[in-house]
Design a binder for this molecule. Structure first.
Ligand SMILES: Cc1cc2nc3c(=O)[nH]c(=O)nc-3n(C[C@H](O)[C@H](O)[C@H](O)COP(=O)(O)O)c2cc1C
Ligand code: SF4
Ligand code: SF4
Length: 338
């Protein structure tokens, strides 16, 4: 194991931060680690809008379908795998990725699964002839559900040798948009604490990866016992529960035109390029949104909201703002020794 590639999608920057921590862990041990943002690698609007149905939940979300029609996530995946194809745009990756001994694929957890755009990308990859070792990584707010199962299945179907999974919760950035306040300083401190925890966990994972090259043969145990143990109730809760929560609190699109300063930040930030302008020149979102929350969070005047639950609520303005807040506090409240 010498050359490592980490490929990630990040809606609001947390997964990107995590990928950097993982890369730093590899580099500390003398490996070469390349970081690639999916948005630089693939044209997301084309990837998404040509075949948007990575999974049904984002498409159907705005139709507010009856709960009884909710597709079981795992069946969803099986169906998607059956109709997977090799996107000619990505055929070059087989050659480009040949130099890597290990590739990590990461995204935030959305609705207990990998972010749909990452699933779409993986489904569109060609099948690799050489079983390159791969692992998945995720950031989430505490419940990653079937994330690992999805990644293991998809990467396996593309010829990768799936060796494990790494994950971390950071600052609960998604629920911020439903809270009335958001304290940058305490969130910044939490970020630092979680980053330290993440680094420790990454180290253990790297020990494990290195053990793969030792004489001991190791068989990846697969997703933890929890998903197998709790089985049906677990699937019911997350199938119906997440649908209920997201439909009522998150999905939707609203704009308070009085607050909009036509800065176009939301238009430029949308990774799927699906915010356009209406007849009056104000932003309007078309379908197939994947709810990364970037437009919502990044709007400088808080003109956008997705539901009454997110209207006039706090916003997560990016990791840099949190880090700056911690630094400023340390500067301003330096203990004075007289
Ligand atoms: C649409 C949506 C769905 C989410 N679903 C889950 C979930 O099912 N479980 C969870 O623990 N976190 C969930 N989250 C939280 C994100 O996984 C978490 O905030 C992540 O760290 C964001 O990473 P990013 O900044 O790279 O986008 C969700 C966030 C969004 C926007
Ligand atoms: S419209 Fe907003 S939430 Fe939807 S994908 Fe674009 S930036 Fe993300
Ligand atoms: S980011 Fe906000 S203020 Fe700027 S164009 Fe979009 S809605 Fe208007």
């Amino acid at each position: 194991m010498k050359n490592i590639l980490l490929l990630y999608f990040s809606g609001t920057g947390i997964t990107s931060h995590y990928a950097s921590l993982i890369c730093a862990g590899f580099e500390k041990r003398g490996y070469k680690c390349d970081l690639r943002d999916l948005e630089e690698l693939a044209d997301l609007p084309t990837l998404w809008q040509k075949k948007p149905v990575a999974l049904n939940y984002t498409i159907n979300a705005e139709v507010k379908r009856p709960l009884s029609n909710y597709p079981w996530p795992y069946h969803d995946l099986k169906r998607a795998l059956r109709s997977a194809w090799a996107n000619p745009l990505f055929s070059g990756f087989s050659r480009d990725w040949d130099k890597y001994d290990l590739i990590g694929f990461g995204s935030p957890v959305y609705a207990f699964r990998p972010a749909p755009v990452m699933i779409r990308f993986l489904l569109d990859l060609p099948v690799f002839n050489r079983p390159i070792r791969s692992f998945s990584f995720a950031t989430h707010d505490g419940a990653q559900g079937d994330y690992e199962v999805f990644m293991k299945e998809i990467l396996g179907s593309k010829g990768f040798n799936f060796v494990g999974h790494l994950d971390q919760s950071f600052i609960y950035s998604a629920s911020v948009v439903m809270r009335s306040t958001f304290n940058h300083l305490s969130a910044g401190r939490l970020l630092q604490k979680k980053s330290r925890q993440a680094a420790e966990k990454i180290n253990l994972f790297l020990d494990y990866l290195e053990s793969l090259d030792s004489d001991r043969s190791y068989i990846y145990p697969g997703p933890g016992p929890l998903s197998k143990l709790v089985g049906l109730p677990y699937r019911l809760v997350y199938s119906y529960g997440i649908d209920l929560i997201l439909n009522h609190f998150l999905f939707g699109y609203g704009i308070n035109k009085d607050n909009c300063i036509l800065c176009m930040t939301c238009v430029n930030q949308c990774p799927q390029g699906l915010i356009e302008l209406d007849d009056d020149g104000y932003p309007i979102r078309l379908y197939h949104c994947m709810y990364c929350l970037r437009c919502l969070n990044w709007c400088p005047t808080n003109a956008l909201y997705f539901s009454p639950a997110t209207k006039d609520k706090a916003r997560f303005s990016g990791l840099e703002v949190l880090e700056e807040s911690v630094k400023r506090h340390a500067r301003d409240y330096k203990p004075h020794h007289s």
